[in-house]
Each structure stands twice: as C-alpha cells, then as structure tokens.
Design a protein around this ligand. Structure first.
Ligand code: M6R
Length: 606
C-alpha cells in the first residue's frame, strides 16, 4: 500500500527520498512523487509508474534541497495518474501534503470547501487535506493550529507529512490509524511509514501514536497531542540490520525469505523452550484465569489467518477450549459473541492490517482479553492489544508471505503449549514430544530446501495451467488453503483449495485431462481417505502432485517427500514445497514474484 518518506537535515534530500521510496516498493504501488522545498518555493514532481521513472523526471530538475516529502501511491480513490499521485497541493500552492490512509468523510469536506470557492483537480480523498489546512490557516495564520483543526475534522485514517512555504524550516507530521515513524540522527530527521525505508540511516526511532502531531526540524522534534499540548515520546532502538532487507545474492526477496525459514523459526523459538516450563515475555497467565476462558478466537487475514487455522487443533486438543478462527473482515461486522471469558488472539505480520486492528478494537470493547502476534516491533496491533508477542522472522519484503507464516504457526504452537502447561494438561509426554519436535524443525526445513530441484520440473509442467486445485484433510486442509493463496497471488493462475472430502459434492465436475490437483497427505489417520479422493481425480484424468511424509505407491504424477514431525507441526513443513512451487511457476511465467499486480504488502485500508 502507500508509502511515505521524508527528510529534513544537512544532507541532500532527493537521494534519501528516492532510496527510501525504492525500499518501500515491495509494499505495492502504482505512482510516486516528491515535493522539495527550495529557494522559497515548493517544487512537486510526480507521475504514474515506478520509482525509477520518478528518478528520471528528477534528473532533469537538479536540486540541493535538504527538506522533502515523498510518497508511493496505491490507488484507492481515483485511478493511477499524475494528477492523482501525491504530493497534493492546496489551491494557493502554499501547502504540500502526502497521505497514507483514507479520509472517509472526504466528500463532505470537499463539498464544504467547494462551497467556499476551493477547486479540486484530482479524484483523491487526499486533496481535501492541504485545502482544509489552507482554509484553517487563512483564519489562524498558525500552521500547527491549522493542521490540528483539520485533523480533528478528519474521519478515517491518516499518516500525513505537510510542508508549507511560509515555514521553510520544518515538516509537520500527524497520524491516526496509519503507521508513521521518525528516525533521528546527527545529520537530520527521517520520516517513514515503515522503518525499512530509512533503516540504512539510523536505528533510533520514534514510533508515533494515534493523534500525535510532530514539528520536525533538522535537529529538533516537538511532539503534540491533537489539542497542541506538548507531550513526550521515547525512542526505540531497532535491532534489524539494514542488510537483512537486501537480497543477499538471491534473485528475489521471496526466495530469500523461503530460505530464511530455518533461521526465523530458530529465532522465534529463542529461549522459550529452555526452562522446564515455557516462559513468555509479557504474559503471566494463571491457571485460575485460563480455566475461566470458555472460548478462544483467532482472528487475522490471508496467510496469517491460515496460520490460525493450522493451529486450531493444537489449542483445542491441548487446552480443551473451543477455538473459532475467523477472517478479521467478517468477524468485525458479525456481532460475534464475546465476553470477559473470551480470549482473542490476533495475528498480523505487519501489525498494520486495518481489518485485524478493527477486529481487535471490537473484541477489546466487548471485554475479551486480547493477544497480538506480530512481526513488527511497535506495530499498531501490538500497541492496541492487552498482550503482545513477536515472531522473529525479520523483515518480510516479498508481498507473498512465507517466513512470517511458518514463524506464526511456530509461535502459536508454543502459545498453546504454554497454556497447556498452566492448565496442567495431563499428557506431559505429548508436551515433551512437541517441544522436542519444535526444535528439530529448522533442520527439517533445511532438508526440504536442499531438494528444491524436485519442484522445478513440476513448475515447468504445470505453469501454463489455467486452474489448479489444492486438497487436504484435517491439519492438511489449511495448508492446501495457504498453497492455493500462494499460487494465485504470484502466478495469477486461478486456484482453489478444498477439504478433500468435499470434492465430490461439486468441484469434481471441473476435473478433466491434465487438470493439476495438488494434495497434501501427512496425517496417517486420514491419509487412506485422502488417497481415495485423489484416486477419484486420477480416474478423471487429473495430473496429481502429492506432498507427503508417507511412503505412497507411485500411482501419481509427482510425489514430494517431506520429513515427519508431530501432526500439529506438519503445516510448517508441508507448506515449504508449496511455497517453492508457487515461486518457480511464477518465474516460469516471467512474472514479478516480489511485487504481484494489484497487491500490497501491508493492507492498511478496509
Ligand atoms: O500483515 P498481515 O499479516 O496482517 O497481512 C495479512 C494478509 O494481507 C497477508 O497475509 C496476505 O494474505 C499475503 N499477501 C499472503 O501472502
């Protein structure tokens, strides 16, 4: 989704802004723009297209400016075009603004401003921001006050940077429900919607909170609340390494991240299993509290929701508490039955997914105890929840989530074990076995990755298919869902996942010669049943690809063997060949694996 970068300091702004924008390209965008302040004027350069196109445009406009704001836009209101790209100016051209989020009441504000003789050029919601600031500036003659009054009028979400030709020594930023950080250094201050954009310049960051307004000077920051009372904020040291967001010799971020999974699982486990009983930072539940919980919700979107589905069984079996897994976008509007006896777990790699945050707020309002699992330190979801836990997957840049998913499934299993120990689950042998198997996962993933070449001929065989089915039963079904999502998002092949037993209730009508059917068969108790379902598609001419940890007959087109582990942990292993398959199919089709069309890494709008 949209990205923001800003710089004010002693260095030249444009190279810093362009570098920051290119680091945000992975989020998905369709246009880019920059505004710099020089010689009393604001100069805006923007267009539809990639950051290197913006760079070409800027090459014709050399500037030594050391103040600037920049943006990559992912269209919500109005098509991708130069006019709709950010930065946007007000009618007097005194103010220039970039914005992430959505101003939900923009049409009311636009009407109000048009009644006051303001004219609009674009179709965006953002254009009301500089104009409303300008409207309030006319009566207050005070930039900070004008921005604060405008922010009070906005409904929806925003992270904004504002520059004003009357105040050439500062950038003003404000945020609500959309992330914004300020990195500090001796050479100046760096603003960004995401830390990776400016991580090569500093590791000291202020993570802004909702309704913060900040005056950013080259060597000073003034923090205010929305009523313009001075407030204080603390910096956080970010431990991520700038090189961890480079490709390190891999052709694509997605491939690099697939290969980082042994490490990210090791780091997510960390020291959690070292003591006799699991200890988790930030949580200290009692038996009394957990025994009182009568329902667990696991809520998330996309891949993160699949991680929830893949661990429902572990929570239910080890904790004997019913678990419901739901999509955040559905959960938040269906008036779910929640009370003080509900525990609600929210999973989000980015920690900024609008629907997941909305669902979390709802659960909290209704009295649930909320736990957030995120991969991003200080992300919005971790600040909103009662308790937070981190996956330590490191920055995930590719839009298609891989290492975040396996880290989430790992952490959720550990959380279920932590609950089970508090609840004094009787099968201590199983708890021991699961802990042992968790520690074996990184080596087992390494073994699967060593055999990556097995996947390439399959990719070459099926890349031109127009439809693919993924099948699984029990614990394999969520993995089928994840494999299918991975394939469709980066290869644009239509694919669907089914619980294997459902196939004959309709979808089997679509099977004909060479229709690729990818099945996951890992649960010994269910495998004979899944195999029977696979035989039904073999009889109708399907091309069968099976991911399994069992010795199956050679009656299928391709079999990918994976190591055995405990059933609850198999979703961490069985997904790896599916990630690789999606990757190599996308490569075979010559597509941009890391930046699939229409998608964004962090979905900060509903
Ligand atoms: O940042 P989040 O984990 O909240 O993101 C949720 C989904 O948008 C995300 O998992 C999405 O489905 C991925 N592109 C899948 O690869």
């Amino acid at each position: 989704m949209c990205g923001i970068v800003g710089y004010i300091g002693t260095k030249k702004a444009v190279p810093i802004l362009l570098e920051g924008l290119s680091k945000l390209e992975y989020r998905g965008y369709d246009s880019a723009g920059i505004a710099v302040f020089e010689d009393g004027n604001i100069s805006i350069t923007k267009d539809e297209g990639r950051v290197n196109h913006l760079q070409d445009l800027l090459n014709n406009k050399p500037t030594n400016a050391n103040i600037g704001i920049a943006h990559t836009r992912w269209a919500t209101h109005g098509k991708p075009s130069e006019i709709n790209a950010h930065p946007h100016a007000d009618n007097s051209k005194k103010f220039s603004v970039v914005h992430n989020g959505i101003i939900e009441n923009y049409s009311d504000i636009k009407k109000f401003l048009m009644d006051n003789e303001y004219k609009f050029l674009s179709d965006t919601d953002t254009e009301v921001i500089p104009n409303l600031i300008s409207y309030y500036y006319d009566s207050t003659n005070n930039l900070l006050e004008a921005i604060s009054l405008a922010c009070k009028d906005f409904k929806g979400s925003y992270a904004i940077e504002v520059i004003c030709s009357d105040c050439p020594d500062r950038i003003i930023v404000a945020k609500k429900d959309s992330p914004l950080v300020i990195g500090t250094s001796k050479e100046g201050n760096y603003i960004a919607s995401d830390i990776p954009a400016v991580l090569s310049h500093t590791k000291d960051f202020y993570l802004l909170e909702d309704n913060d307004i900040v005056e950013v000077f080259p060597s000073k920051l003034n923090f205010y609340n929305q009523n313009l009372e001075l407030i204080s904020r603390k910096t956080e040291k970010i431990s991520w390494d700038a090189s961890s967001i480079e490709k390190n010799g891999f052709e694509d971020f997605m491939l690099k991240e697939i290969y980082e999974q042994p490490k990210s699982i090791r780091e997510t486990i960390g020291f959690k299993l070292n003591k006799e009983k699991i200890e988790l930072d930030n949580i200290s539940f009692t038996k009394e509290f957990l025994s009182n919980i009568n329902k667990i919700f696991i809520i998330a979107c996309g891949t993160a929701m699949h991680a929830g589905l893949a661990t429902k069984l572990t929570f239910e079996n080890l904790c004997k508490i019913p678990v419901e897994v739901d999509m955040a976008s559905e959960f938040r509007y269906r008036n779910p039955l929640i009370d003080k006896k509900t525990l609600a777990i929210f999973i989000s790699q980015s920690g900024e997914t609008a629907d997941t945050i909305g669902a979390l707020k709802l659960a909290k309002e209704k009295g649930a105890t909320t736990i957030a699992l995120s991969n991003v330190i200080g992300s919005s979801i971790t600040r909103e929840a009662d308790i937070y836990l981190y996956t330590h997957a490191g920055p995930e840049i590719a839009v298609a989530s891989t290492k975040a998913y396996t880290a989430q499934v790992t952490l959720l299993n550990i959380l279920a074990l932590y609950f089970a120990e508090i609840l004094e689950y009787s099968d201590t042998k199983l708890i021991k076995e699961l802990k042992y198997e968790l520690l074996q996962l990184p080596n087992k993933i390494d073994d699967i990755l060593k055999n990556y070449k097995e996947v390439i001929p399959i990719a070459k065989d099926i890349y031109s298919a127009s439809d693919v089915f993924f099948l699984g039963r029990g614990i394999d079904y969520p993995v089928a869902m994840e494999g299918s999502l991975k394939l469709k998002e980066i290869s644009y092949i239509h694919s669907e996942s089914y619980a294997a037993g459902e196939l004959k209730h309709g979808p089997i009508a679509l099977i004909d010669n060479n229709f690729p059917v990818i099945s996951i068969v890992t649960d010994e108790m269910l495998s004979s049943k899944t195999i029977s379902n696979i035989q039904e598609v073999v009889s109708r001419g399907a091309k069968t690809i099976i991911v399994t940890n069992q010795d199956l007959s050679k009656n299928f087109d391709y079999i990918i063997k994976i190591p055995k582990t405990h059933k609850y942990l198999t979703p961490i292993l069985s997904v790896i060949p599916l990630q690789l398959l999606a990757y190599y199919i996308s490569k075979e089709k010559g597509l941009d694996v890391d930046k699939p069309r229409n998608l964004a890494k962090s979905v900060t709008v509903e």
